[in-house]
Design a protein around this ligand. Structure first.
Ligand code: UDP
Length: 240
């Protein structure tokens, strides 16, 4: 028997680091292929998938603007451009598997993507197209985590699936502390109160207000994404 689908419409947040080799820079086609490999079974199950892509493999506004010669807003727009590059690589890789996709950009780039129009995005999802959301919110001073919470709310997605390098939220950095303890479940309030660095606090508060669950999980661990979509207790669930 096939897996029961827990969520029918999901918003997957993929960081820029998933588009390159560990600790690397730019686009590494094999890394994008690994990501798509995890997406395929979910898409083939008929789950409606919207994706927000980060851009940290090229530019993070905050880091670039540490140099006083580049303004934070400018650096953030550069970061948004970076997400567009990632979105296009994801689009082609998905389409190489005959998965229909649309890239929708929050900044007008008519030659390469559609503009973000909520009702049109919903229509794409209903038609089984993967909607790849590029250029974040189109506004500086936030990150793609906030964009994920915002677009998930707009699209009535049932969950935000936040893919990371580690298997959920820990009480300390598991990369540095081998005894770090993983949380199976957390409340939004605990994440906010303890400032657990899992997602932007703006994104967490937006999800809290909308009662939108977040699953933080290891994106590239085989079968994890599918498990998260099926509500199999993968990673850490953040909810009320
Ligand atoms: N960014 C922005 N507004 C948005 C989304 C992104 O200004 O709505 C900029 C910001 O500078 C951010 C960069 O784009 O650092 C890349 O996005 P992010 O850091 O979220 O990428 P990730 O860490 O997920 O790879």
């Amino acid at each position: 028997m096939s897996e029961p689908i827990r969520y029918k419409r999901v918003l997957i947040k993929v960081s820029g680091e998933s588009f390159c080799q560990a600790g690397g820079f730019g686009i590494h086609p094999a890394a994008v292929a690994s990501l798509v490999k995890e997406l395929l079974p979910v898409i083939e199950m008929g789950v409606e998938v919207a994706m927000v892509v980060g851009g940290g493999n090229f530019v993070r506004g905050k880091d670039l603007a540490a140099d006083p010669r580049i303004q934070r807003a400018t650096a953030d727009y550069m970061g948004m451009m970076a997400t567009v590059i990632n979105a296009l690589s994801l689009q082609d890789t998905l389409e190489s598997h005959n998965i229909p996709t649309r890239v929708m950009g929050a900044i007008a780039m008519t030659a390469i993507c559609e503009p973000w129009i909520r009702r049109r995005a919903v229509r794409h999802l209903e038609k089984g197209r993967v909607v790849i959301l590029a250029a974040g919110t189109g506004s500086p001073f936030v990150t793609t985590d906030t964009c994920a919470a915002l677009r998930a709310s707009e699209l009535n997605a049932e969950v935000v699936l936040k893919g990371t390098k580690v298997d959920g939220v820990f009480d300390s950095d598991p990369m540095l502390n081998p005894t770090a303890r993983k949380y199976d479940r957390l409340t939004y309030r605990k994440v906010l109160a303890d400032a657990l660095g899992v997602m932007d606090l703006t994104a967490i508060s937006m999800c809290m207000e909308r009662k939108l669950p977040i699953v933080v999980f290891e994106l590239l661990k085989p079968g994890n994404l599918l498990g998260a979509v099926c509500g199999k207790g993968i990673g850490t669930l953040i909810a009320e």
